[in-house]
Design a protein around this ligand. Structure first.
Ligand code: UDP
Ligand code: MN
Length: 262
């Protein structure tokens, strides 16, 4: 059977949120065996997102965790807590299965031993653009797979440089010295790896902006182990699009509309 793709999406309230989620759901709905882990950056789950998910036609889990106020400013990595909440939820879901599979394997549970589960974990920001082909590519991830990302790093695209089927470097316009010079949208991790490295999380402390991906990946893999997808990283199947800030200059201040629209 198809390995489930778990797409972890952090999202926060703003005028374009419902539009972004609508676009994302329209993509995800066409991917079979996808489980959407939507994590709101909020103290409570909101009515807007709950109602939206109920009608989205996508298998989903709805979580929430607020970003601490001190981290809500420019120049700091975004959505660290939300991505980690998604990882923690997944590990809890599979906890019993992992323990059982370690026990059945007679050998003492070694950390590098992989539990007998199948699935793929992918970090899908709510404003990017995803081709359907991308999901076919990531579905076959054995440990950690990588591919190019469009419209990022001050270039038309960034990509892992591949020689003889192995990643040997990074084509990037920004901090090529990062151990994994890759955007969040440029990799997927097998569920086995996520579960067998239970401490791997996104870091705030000591993580400079733009280093989150690298800091995370170095906890679970090595560059030599990366599996290049998208024809040896020669095709762009996902774009780091960003939505323009909406102009609400003409919103009425005082008497709003006669009806309430979300
Ligand atoms: N995000 C969030 N809380 C915030 C800012 C962003 O949950 O305060 C989410 C956002 O919805 C998106 C992801 O984090 O899914 C990355 O944010 P953004 O797209 O703004 O980052 P960038 O495009 O600059 O990498
Ligand atoms: Mn974005």
């Amino acid at each position: 059977s198809l390995p489930i793709i778990y797409a972890i999406t952090p999202t926060y309230s703003r005028p374009v949120q419902k539009a972004e989620l609508t676009r994302l759901a329209n993509t995800f709905r066409q991917v079979s065996g996808l489980h959407w882990i939507l994590v709101e950056d909020s103290a409570q789950t909101t009515e807007l997102v709950s109602r939206f998910l109920a009608g989205a036609g996508v298998r989903a889990t709805h979580l929430h965790v607020p970003t601490p106020r001190r981290y809500k400013r420019g120049g700091l990595p975004r959505a660290t807590e939300q991505r980690n909440a998604g990882l923690t939820w997944l590990r809890q879901q599979y906890q019993a299965q992992v323990q059982l599979s370690y026990r059945l394997n007679s050998a003492p549970a070694a950390p590098q031993q992989l539990p007998n589960v199948s699935g793929v974990v992918f970090f899908a920001d709510d404003d990017n653009t995803y081709s359907l082909e991308l999901f076919q590519e990531m579905r076959t991830t054995r440990k950690v797979s990588v591919w190019p990302v469009g419209l990022v790093g001050g270039r038309r695209y960034e990509r892992p440089v591949v020689e003889n089927g192995k990643v040997v470097g990074w084509y990037t316009g920004w901090r090529a010295d990062r151990p994994f010079a890759i955007d969040m949208a440029g990799f997927a991790v097998s569920l086995q790896v996520i579960l067998s490295s239970p401490k791997a999380l996104f870091k705030r402390r000591g993580s400079q902006p733009g280093m989150q991906e690298s800091d995370f990946l170095k906890q679970i893999t090595k560059v030599e182990e990366l599996e290049p997808k998208a024809s040896n990283c020669t095709k762009v199947l996902v774009w780091h699009t960003r939505t323009e800030k909406v102009n609400l200059a003409n919103e009425p201040k005082h008497p709003p509309d006669t009806i309430k629209i979300e």
